[in-house]
Design a binder for this molecule. Structure first.
Ligand code: CA
Length: 231
């Protein structure tokens, strides 16, 4: 399905330039010659993006932008504002107007296309998988790389974080030092299994609950108990 774009622009030359260029690039381009028509189209049909001229007779781009943002069905509709006033740029993408990006006149259609593509790329990029783990007062958020313990935020090194995350996701399993080295430090790591012990000691020191819950299994490695042991 080609992306559906709405161009709201009162200047015929610019409107036609955009229409032809985007059509040639494979987009489904719709046009509106004035603000009212544009707003009506944008609220009645579903578009993937709007190219919106700021200076329009009667209903201007700013009002259209605000209006679209205020409706649930178009609140997230990407809007690129086209403006002849370079000094307006900051306000356009700021909170005040709520556009996603802006282009200043005069522009080349290629430049507009690049902006449009950038917005679509941004939208299509999958969000980092958000995983939250909790264990005996530890709350770990892997997407934000944040950790709290008993409600207080803590900072960990990236290896400590990965190690803790690995223990939390493998509760009840005995994990050998070799497995941990490979999983956390990678196969190319030349350190010794002592590295694991040092990091485990750090974790136990930082999170009291791990003193009894993260147990050493003699000759094998470590195991995080499925039920946190009260300390
Ligand atoms: Ca205009």
């Amino acid at each position: 399905m080609p992306k559906k774009i709405l161009v709201i622009e009162d200047e015929k030359d610019i409107r036609e330039l955009l229409r032809l260029y985007f059509k040639r690039e494979g987009y489904d381009v719709h046009i509106a010659k004035d603000g009212e028509t544009g707003l009506r189209k944008a609220s009645q049909e579903r578009f993937d993006l709007v190219l919106l001229d700021l200076m329009l007779p009667q209903l201007d781009g700013l009002e259209i932008c605000r209006n679209l943002r205020s409706r649930p069905q178009t609140a997230d509709l990407p809007i690129i504002m086209i403006t002849a006033k370079a000094d307006e740029a900051d306000r356009i993408v700021g909170l005040e107007m709520g556009a996603d990006d802006y282009i200043t006149k005069p522009f080349s259609p290629r430049e507009v296309l690049a902006r449009v593509k950038a917005i679509f790329r941004r939208l299509e990029r999958p969000r980092a998988k958000e995983i939250k783990r909790e264990y005996g007062g530890i709350a770990l958020d892997t997407s934000r790389h944040e950790i709290t313990y008993r409600g207080k935020s803590h900072s960990l090194t990236s290896k400590e974080f990965k190690l803790l995350d690995y223990f939390l996701s493998n509760q009840g399993r005995v994990l050998s030092r070799d497995i941990l080295l490979n999983e956390i430090w990678g196969y190319g790591y030349f350190g010794t299994t002592r590295t694991v012990d040092v990091h485990v000691a750090h974790l136990r020191h930082k999170f009291q609950v791990l003193n009894k819950s993260l147990v050493s299994i003699k000759g094998l490695g470590y195991k995080l108990q499925e039920e946190p042991v009260k300390t």
